[in-house]
Design a protein around this ligand. Structure first.
Ligand SMILES: Nc1ncnc2c1ncn2[C@@H]1O[C@H](COP(=O)(O)OP(=O)(O)O)[C@@H](O)[C@H]1O
Ligand SMILES: [Mg+2]
Length: 104
């Protein structure tokens, strides 16, 4: 019988901390695992840190401490192209998504 290594989870966040440049500590000690095929709703009041967390999942923000891996790939410069192929983010304000005046 052949055995293959188990596939890594879709998302693994460990001990994530992030402070904005003004010193505001938005995340501290965040752990989250999302398994393959799992659907997760992230709930919390305004200012809880949902957007800050999500911006770490494809490297828009870089962790102050801790780590984020997507399908086993550490989010960082080395794997950025592949990470961004896998993790798309729709911004809350559609004006942030439209950065050119025409589709072309
Ligand atoms: N650019 C920023 N500079 C400083 N603090 C920020 C910035 N963006 C968000 N914050 C602060 O970080 C915390 C988390 O914000 P955010 O991740 O936007 O929360 P949510 O998406 O859950 O509403 C809040 O206290 C917010 O005021
Ligand atoms: Mg938000």
């Amino acid at each position: 019988m052949t055995r293959t290594a188990p596939l890594p989870p879709s998302l693994e966040v460990t001990g994530l901390a992030y402070a904005y440049p003004d010193g505001h500590q938005a995340l501290f000690g965040v752990d989250l695992t999302v398994g393959r095929g799992e659907r997760v709703a992230l709930l919390g009041p305004n200012g809880a840190g949902k957007t800050t967390l999500v911006l770490h999942l494809n490297g828009i923000l870089a962790a102050g401490a801790g780590s984020v891996t997507v399908a086993g790939l550490p989010v960082g410069k080395r794997h950025m192209a592949e990470i961004r192929r896998r993790v798309g983010i729709v911004f809350q304000d559609p004006d942030d998504q439209l950065f050119m005046p025409t589709v072309r």
